[in-house]
Ligand binder design. Sequence first.
Ligand code: AMP
Ligand code: MN
Ligand code: MN
Ligand code: MN
Length: 304
Amino acid sequence: MKFDLHSHTFYSDGMLSPAELLARAIERKVDVLAITDHDTLLGLAPAHAAIAEQQLPLQLVNGVEISTSWYEFEIHIVGLAIDPTDTQLQHRLASQQERRLERAREMARRLTKHNVPDCLDAVLALANGGAVTRTHFARHLMNIGKASSMAGVFKHYLARGKAGYVPNNWVSLVEAVQWIHDAGGIAVLAHPLRYNLNGKWLTKLMREFASAGGDAAEVASCQLTPVQKRDVWSLCQQFGLVASQGSDFHQPTDWSDLGRGLYLTDDIRTVWQQFPALFPQPKPQPELQPESPAESSDKPQLCS
Ligand code: AMP
Ligand code: MN
Ligand code: MN
Ligand code: MN
């Protein structure tokens, strides 16, 4: 079974609809996919509808990726197997969306002073009713020729300390873990090596996440080397976390795709082993029985 437990649709900053995302996941041999849009559950119902209508051979895990403020950093916490009908979680996420909208207005004001006038409407049109993210600003800035690559736009306009960056007051890490648990889910520290933290800060993050009740951290993602995975897994073991894995797919690129690079060695304990009731499990291989035609009709069938 191949698990990819972190992906985005166009209800946040992914490029594909839920149905397109599922089709690609199946093509890429993913068996279990979590949709984890930024601070929104909007993609989950259409994804379930597509699975039912088209009888798709894929299991969907209901997920979300919550932005949190931790010291001066923005740390992402993935919630897996949350109940998407939980109205308390919906209300809580709505408060994050309001913060997103308010931040977008402020980003547009700041960018106006840096020669990018009146971009709010265009950015909101790109977000198309879903979560408004910095990725939408990046796409707009590329559309109007301010940069030629995503990496370039973030580096020059949107990264921390740049003209369009507005520090946001997201929910705290501790609260995000609570939100996820309250909605029946498990809390996973997303892409721990992507925050540019030095060793001391990374250790502090893992420790504080674990003492907040966090359950797991992403140990495998598309680009991590075996040594990096080992390092993250060592920290997990130190603080009693298990491992998750996900591509953080937004759109196909040369270096990332659904299911890509998601390998963990057998000694690593995973979220689906730790919480078997919340995840579809690999089917056990039936044991080979010696053939005995005379009795076979009385025996339970092993295969279905
Ligand atoms: P936001 O949650 O609105 O602050 O947007 C964060 C999103 O921007 C992340 O989920 C990534 O998809 C994207 N992002 C952040 N940094 C980069 C980068 N350097 N290059 C490309 N995308 C980025
Ligand atoms: Mn994103
Ligand atoms: Mn993230
Ligand atoms: Mn993500």
